[in-house]
Design a protein around this ligand. Structure first.
Ligand code: IMP
Length: 203
């Protein structure tokens, strides 16, 4: 069965391709539908944003569409940056600027107040407008300086719970096994392979 990924983020596409590699699914991306209009991520939750994007792309392509919205919630910052993770240091800000602002905002937080989690919502929307959502989390803490060069976003400052390496110091497979997106994709995979799934009934 075909699914359109409602993203142009190469790192996310790579992660989703790796995790869905064993499934009977052909993935397309927005690069295959270059005229598809951009969707404004103006929701208050990861779920609202993911559903909005998936529905828009499914409506445009008339195919099942998968969108994710994800971000970092830092408890000492009242769960900021949250849905603003990609633009924490301002509209159009990059990973380095966002990470720098986060470290500055957390500079006075002691070790025991550096708890955080990554959250991911994956939404699958069908041409008949129905949707399924899958939520995943990765608990951990914020370091004091960037470490490692793999991954993207806040990976260099995020230590998953029980580990002494940041996500950016881990190999892809290790991060996938611990990540919020990996957890949400595991739920998606379970859904896709259950007997009632439209992907199993054949399409
Ligand atoms: P969006 O889901 O593309 O709207 O953006 C989510 C933002 O959250 C990214 O730009 C990153 O800053 C951050 N983020 C989401 N997932 C990860 C991850 O796995 N590692 C590091 N940062 C992430």
């Amino acid at each position: 069965m075909n699914i359109v990924l409602a993203t142009r983020n190469k790192k996310k596409i790579e992660e989703i391709r790796r995790i869905t590699a064993g499934m009977q699914i052909t993935l397309f991306t927005l690069d295959d539908f270059s005229d598809c209009p951009e969707v404004e991520e103006d929701g208050k939750t990861f779920e609202e944003n993911a559903v909005k994007k998936a529905k828009a792309v499914s409506g445009y392509t008339n195919m099942p569409a998968l969108a994710d919205d994800s971000g970092l919630e830092v408890y000492a910052l009242n769960n900021a940056p949250g849905v603003f993770s990609a633009r924490y240091a301002g509209e159009g800000s990059g990973d380095a600027a966002n990470t720098k602002k986060l470290l500055a905002d957390m500079s006075s937080a002691p070790d025991e107040k550096r708890g955080a989690r990554f959250a991911c919502c994956i939404a699958l929307a069908f041409p008949d407008r129905t949707t399924e959502t899958f939520l995943g989390y990765s608990e951990g803490s914020i370091g004091r300086e960037p470490r490692g060069s793999n991954g993207f976003g806040y990976d260099p400052v995020f230590y998953p719970r029980g580990h002494k390496k940041t996500f950016a110091e881990m190999a892809d497979e290790e991060k996938d096994s611990l990540s919020h997106r990996g957890a949400a994709l595991k739920k998606l995979q379970e859904y896709l392979t259950t007997p009632y799934s439209p992907f199993v009934k054949g399409d």
